[in-house]
Design a protein around this ligand. Sequence first.
Ligand code: SF4
Ligand code: SF4
Length: 289
Amino acid sequence: MPVQLLSLAAFNSYFLSPGGKALCIPVLNCYSCPVGTVACPIGSLTAFALVRRIPFYIIGLLGLLGVAVGRAFCGWACPFGWLQDMLYRIRTWKWRMPKAFNALKYALLVVLVLALPLIFGSAKGTTPNARITGEQTGALDYCSLVCPAGTLEGSLPYLATDAEGRAHASYRTWSKIGLMVLVLGLAVIARRSFCRALCPLGALMALTSGISLLRLRTDQEKCTRCMRCVKVCPTECRHVPVGEKRKEATAECVLCLDCVRNCLEEGALSATLAGRAVSVSERRAEKDE
Ligand code: SF4
Ligand code: SF4
């Protein structure tokens, strides 16, 4: 949580770091917002698709980060992930979201980030600033139609401070706001539901989960199969390996390490970076989840 708060400040402090959003970091933080410090990978990929260019820089950078630390940015640095974590703390009825919903984010990545912008190209294209509201463009892409981070950080402040913008807001803007309310409401009852079901960036980074250098490792000699790690997992992705072949977690693992922190058996569960342990479970009578 302190790391997530630091990230939130760092990714929204343009006045401290007027570097021009040249860096593309795998977190969902709207780069149309004037205070945003880094480029959003989804907005950037869409922009490349609209002009039908291959985004070598974005693919290379995200590929490198993904191979190094998998989806750890989702678990530790994404401001929208932090917001969902906060919302889930609200005490209310909780819902176990079916795993079938996880596939939706891959469809959104393929259809709304790549295919439709590529097909319609710049004829339906627009600027990032226009995409956060979806106004006057007819654009069919994730930023224009769905992105709740863009709505929260871009559209709402814009509408709150610009009377003319409010007056001209169409059903597209209001439907995006309605969708954002739904997403935030869902985050209250289903943990990290947006990351699991609707985030195309999560889908993109999940492609590297299987090959990342940062990974979980269960010592099957020390593991008592208490399943505590499974119960605390925010994305319900944790598997306790049995034998050689079973995976430690599915591609939904955001490497938050809650499972390591909550394992009560010393050395039973660890996180390793290129084979070296960076976090190891400790023996304790009781731990907070
Ligand atoms: S919490 Fe630790 S001991 Fe329990 S099942 Fe998970 S890895 Fe094994
Ligand atoms: S498996 Fe562990 S590290 Fe991965 S998301 Fe679940 S709790 Fe976090």
